[in-house]
Design a protein around this ligand. Structure first.
Ligand SMILES: C[S@@+](CC[C@H](N)C(=O)[O-])C[C@H]1O[C@@H](n2cnc3c(N)ncnc32)[C@H](O)[C@@H]1O
Length: 361
């Protein structure tokens, strides 16, 4: 829906957002794109959650609309019940990813996760429509993104489908950017790369920057964290009811603060896992739960009891990480090396401690 907003106010607020991004050290060329591409055309409304987890929609008639659209915040634009399924990503995070890509004029760029189309518009604004291909799995979103892009005057190629497959007929691509969380890098993307291609993708709670040099595909994680929504795929829920019938073992790992300290390495060692915490009436954490899309589930209590079920012994992985990382590790110490058959995240050195990622065709 086209929105009747105060265009002058929108320009002023956009200028302030751009100035803040520039003051934070972002590339002036990308900051200029933020200043010149009206984000409100891509986010005609967004969803917010109050302190009681109740959702409401905010649009141009709400006081907070324009100031929020032009703040450095991710804005939920679609949800499935309580679960956000699409958003316009946080502007500073988007610029961090675009800067890491080091795009040059004439490059072809593939984006997995069109969402609102705002990021595709930033790309098209700087480098022209012809080099930009963007894919989203949800036809409702790609339809809306085309409408937003057209309104703003951009016409990149927008395709509906699973972004994991790439789009070989429009490649080879010099740059790949992904704005949904991946469990691994699809090999199809590597096959659609031009020489010396670069990819920036969220893997777990981090952003990996990979270069493709002949047959060597490798890279390191950026120091910045990233909390992208996961790529849509089938996933089993936790089996806590089954755990109640499992005999407990014991662990020496304390659950207090564990999920914060190990959040990043856990997101690599157990791709697409989920966690939850149980609290007592005083707000003290009493147990943590962890589960993966294959149905493996573990629950550990503050009393040192552990119950596990499913194809993988998740708590065994937690115990190893606990030994390796007595304090939260720095993301930039991790890297990723990829071959057709194997993807391995490593810590500190390619032959150091590491974890296999699942291969995606
Ligand atoms: C954070 S949003 C994208 C933000 C977007 N770049 C923007 O500027 O608005 C993540 C998007 O990834 C999409 N997505 C999830 N799984 C996908 C898949 N398998 N292939 C392509 N897109 C996918 C979601 O539908 C969602 O729109």
């Amino acid at each position: 829906m086209t929105t009747a907003v105060d265009a002058e106010l929108a320009r002023t607020l956009r200028g302030e957002l751009a100035a803040n991004l520039e003051a934070a050290g972002h590339d002036p060329a990308w900051v200029k794109a933020v200043r010149e591409v009206p984000r409100h055309l891509f986010v005609p409304e967004f969803h917010t959650q109050d302190a009681n987890y109740r959702w409401s929609r905010i649009g141009p008639n709400d006081d907070a609309y324009l100031s929020t659209v032009y703040s450095d915040r991710a804005l939920t634009t679609q949800r499935d019940g309580d679960e956000p399924t699409s958003s316009s990503s946080e502007p500073s995070l988007m610029l961090t990813m675009l800067e890491a890509l080091d795009i040059r004029p004439g490059h072809r760029v593939y984006e997995c996760g069109t969402g609102t189309g705002w990021n595709a518009a930033l790309l098209a604004h700087r480098f022209g429509d012809a080099g930009v291909t963007t894919v989203d799995v949800d036809p409702e979103l790609t339809r809306a993104a085309v409408a937003h892009l057209t309104l703003a005057g951009y016409h990149p190629l927008v395709h509906t489908g699973d972004g994991v497959a790439g789009l070989p007929e429009h490649g080879p691509y010099d740059r790949f950017i992904t704005t949904c969380r991946m469990r691994a890098i699809p090999w199809a993307w590597v096959e659609q790369c031009a020489d010396e291609a670069v990819m920036v993708a969220p893997i777990g709670w981090g952003l990996v920057r990979i270069t493709v040099e002949n047959d060597r595909v490798h890279g390191r994680f950026l120091p910045d964290g990233a909390c992208f929504m996961p790529r849509r795929e089938d996933a089993a829920g936790p089996l806590f009811d089954v755990l109640d019938k499992v005999s407990p073992t014991t662990t020496s790992v304390s659950v207090t603060g564990l999920l914060d300290r190990l959040a990043f390495p856990l997101s690599l060692a157990l791709p697409s896992h989920n966690t939850c915490t149980w609290y007592d009436d005083a707000g003290t954490d009493t147990a943590v739960g962890i589960w993966t899309p294959d149905g493996s589930t573990a629950k550990a209590g503050i009393d040192g009891s552990v119950r596990q079920t499913g194809p993988r012994r998740l708590w065994d992985v937690v115990e190893k990480l606990d030994t390796l990382f007595p304090t939260a590790p720095c993301r930039a110490d991790f890297g990723l090396t990829i071959t057709r058959d194997r993807q391995r995240v490593w810590w500190r050195a390619e032959d150091g401690p590491g974890w296999e990622l699942p291969t995606l065709s």
